[in-house]
Design a binder for this molecule. Sequence first.
Ligand code: COA
Length: 149
Amino acid sequence: MSQLIRRAGEKDLKAVFAIETAVQEAPWAESAFADFQRDEDVYFYLVDDEQSGPIAFIIAIAGDDFLEILNFAVKPVSQGQGSGSKLFKYVLNEAAQSGIKAVRLEVREGNEPALAIYKKNGMKIVGLRKNYYSDGENALLMSGEIPSV
Ligand SMILES: CC(C)(COP(=O)(O)OP(=O)(O)OC[C@H]1O[C@@H](n2cnc3c(N)ncnc32)[C@H](O)[C@@H]1OP(=O)(O)O)[C@@H](O)C(=O)NCCC(=O)NCCS
């Protein structure tokens, strides 16, 4: 099974949106993905499987000196196989090459697979937003340093 990580192109938007709607209870609008894809400053990468096409994506934006993860998902049938971990490390590495030294994000308190990836990459919980999501779940704010390359 051959996979590569690359920037998302316009032709990938349908597949990315299909992943989004499969995993998110409140998916982003399809047009939001198109806007991010057109913006060259946005970190929009995916894992492209030779047989299945895009199976995971990540979208992040760079602030002055930090990277903010906005969206990150793996197709349900492909979860738990390490793709999320690889993609997350990849985007940190890309940011490090542009001199970005920190990363931050919000995550559901009960999202164990996501928390495992973030903690593995040295991120720490720095805040809590109570009842942040529409179903009442709390959001954790996490932040971490990005090792320089
Ligand atoms: C979160 C997500 C991106 C992770 O991607 P993935 O490819 O499934 O993750 P990986 O296979 O790389 O596994 C990540 C870690 O989670 C662990 N894990 C997987 N399922 C788990 C579970 N149900 N409970 C606890 N840990 C779990 C794995 O063991 C692994 O940890 P390890 O490397 O220490 O062994 C993916 O599950 C997903 O798309 N979830 C829905 C959308 C989402 O929550 N996005 C994140 C928003 S902040």
